[in-house]
Design a protein around this ligand. Structure first.
Ligand SMILES: *[C@@H]1O[C@H](CO)[C@@H](O)[C@H](O)[C@H]1NC(C)=O
Ligand SMILES: *[C@@H]1O[C@H](CO)[C@@H](O)[C@H](O)[C@H]1NC(C)=O
Ligand SMILES: *[C@@H]1O[C@H](CO)[C@@H](O)[C@H](O)[C@H]1NC(C)=O
Ligand SMILES: *[C@@H]1O[C@H](CO)[C@@H](O)[C@H](O)[C@H]1NC(C)=O
Ligand SMILES: *[C@@H]1O[C@H](CO)[C@@H](O)[C@H](O)[C@H]1NC(C)=O
Ligand SMILES: *[C@@H]1O[C@H](CO)[C@@H](O)[C@H](O)[C@H]1NC(C)=O
Length: 409
């Protein structure tokens, strides 16, 4: 995941429903629905970045509870594309509400701005403005990281009581992928290192990020990974352009009194928490750089302590990080470990197991009721990386909290 720039590019994707199945979960009487969708296609050339936003994607309709979302990057034949061909920097799914009858462009390549009457809905995390607002997201670890919520927890969507009359809820799928076929240095290119890209000559004069105009100090990050930017290539390398798409399958249940709603939080290790006397102010960078530290220590530790207005029972937690990570941890105020998420690195060539790439993050499912964050508690998020030069990394904890636990049947 990188920064998510809201509302700059407007597009609406038509999605094709591939399959729909229904099955019963053994430990519960509830019927779990499952559908696989395919996004609109987009094109990438060798060495090229694709940064796309697809509005109004196909999503379960009605008042339902989402149990899991599995996201994959596929080629024209529906085969998963390995990270060493096209790197999944991030994808995210973001909720918004829109006035009924408002028309939106359906083309992921249409970069015209929305005309108003569209309001993004943030998650319950603490980052400011449009930084990390999504309800679901992942990166290169997407194929190996579970998003599944245990029975009877679910993310409640489509509740008419929450939606203003005359408006409707829709979903935006954003993605940033980097085709590294023929790139001079794949592993550096995927870190969005500015000196690896053919930046426009006026890049440093015209580029504005969440924290204002970029300066020459900006050496890596998503601003250097914009749509159609190009990695430095091996001379003479040729390969055909290709069409890719996002395939995602979603499991959900119809909402009823047996479902317990959860709140989704993203806490970021770069969050600079201050207080102006009346309010807590958050300022997240999301991305950060690790300079190899010449002291003898082997690790780089990045952390932030963040007050939680509202607490709850911890149901699920997992880290979102980049290659080079050793672990990511969420601590309570008294220092207790709420969750440590550890990486899985690939060892082969096939999609989901690409050698040297981060291909999964472990997920914590605490024993129900055993982990609770109190209202007003200050938690700490920490990510520990190898002490190497890593120009563009992240450290987020993604977690779900619930106000209640299932009643014993
Ligand atoms: C949307 O358009 C339809 C057909 O023109 C109309 O009947 C309906 O009242 C409109 N709804 C809103 C909310 O404007
Ligand atoms: C989702 O898709 C993946 C591969 O595309 C598959 O392995 C998995 O079983 C699917 N899950 C569901 C719930 O359909
Ligand atoms: C603190 O920040 C908030 C939000 O930016 C603002 O509304 C409020 O007026 C500020 N209070 C003080 C005392 O500066
Ligand atoms: C390098 O590591 C030492 C020991 O942990 C620490 O005191 C120092 O601040 C670090 N320097 C940088 C540039 O991060
Ligand atoms: C570490 O040492 C190398 C080689 O002497 C130097 O180029 C680099 O700038 C140093 N890094 C830091 C963070 O001081
Ligand atoms: C995270 O990794 C560091 C470095 O290997 C290790 O010292 C620490 O114990 C790990 N944290 C947890 C909670 O496992």
């Amino acid at each position: 995941m990188g920064l998510i720039s809201i509302s700059f590019i407007f597009s609406l994707s038509m999605l094709v429903m591939l399959s729909s199945t229904t099955y019963s979960q053994p430990q519960s009487p509830k019927v779990i629905q499952s559908t696989t969708y395919l996004s609109k296609e987009f094109e990438v050339g060798h060495g090229e970045v694709a940064d796309k936003k697809m509005y109004n994607i196909e999503f379960p309709m009605g008042h339902v509870g989402i149990k899991s979302i599995y996201v994959d990057l596929v080629d024209e034949h529906g085969n998963s594309v390995p990270l060493h061909e096209t790197y999944i920097h991030h994808w995210y799914i973001l909720k918004y509400i829109i006035k009924k009858n408002m028309s939106v462009s359906q083309d992921p390549n249409d970069h015209t701005k929305p005309s108003g009457d569209l309001i993004y809905k943030r998650n319950d995390g603490t980052c400011n403005k449009g930084i990390l607002p999504h309800q679901w997201s992942s990166g290169s670890e997407t194929r190996g990281t579970s998003t599944k919520l245990p029975y009877s927890f679910a993310v409640e969507i489509g509740n008419h009581a929450d939606i203003t009359e005359g408006w409707e809820e829709q979903w935006l799928l954003g993605l940033l992928v980097i085709d590294t076929r023929g790139a001079e240095n794949k592993k550096i290119c995927i870190q969005c290192r500015c000196d690896q890209f053919n930046l426009p000559a006026n890049f440093y004069d015209v580029t504005v990020g969440f924290h204002g105009k970029v300066t020459h100090e900006y050496k890596a990050g998503v601003l250097c990974c914009q749509d159609k930017f190009q990695c430095k290539m091996i001379k003479g390398f040729q390969a055909p352009r290709r069409n890719l798409a996002i395939r995602y399958n979603i499991t959900w249940v119809n909402w009823d009194q047996h479902q317990i709603p959860v709140r989704f939080y993203v806490l970021d290790v770069t969050d600079r928490v201050t207080n102006n006397g009346s309010e807590t102010i958050h300022d997240c960078q999301a991305e950060f750089t690790i300079l190899k530290n010449n002291s003898t220590n082997l690790f780089h530790v990045q952390k932030a302590s963040i007050p939680m207005k509202k607490g709850g029972y911890l149901i699920y937690a997992s880290g979102h990080t980049h290659t080079g990570v050793i672990n990511a941890t969420l601590y309570g105020q008294d220092g207790r470990t709420l969750c440590t998420s550890t990486p899985k690195y690939g060892t082969g060539t096939e999609a989901g197991n690409e050698e040297g790439y981060l291909v999964g993050m472990s997920v914590c499912y605490p024993k129900l009721g055993s982990m609770k964050i109190d209202d007003g508690e200050t938690v700490t998020v920490e990510s520990i990386y190898k002490n190497e030069f890593l120009p563009e990394v992240m450290g987020d904890m993604h977690f779900y909290l619930a106000d209640e636990l299932p009643h014993k049947a």
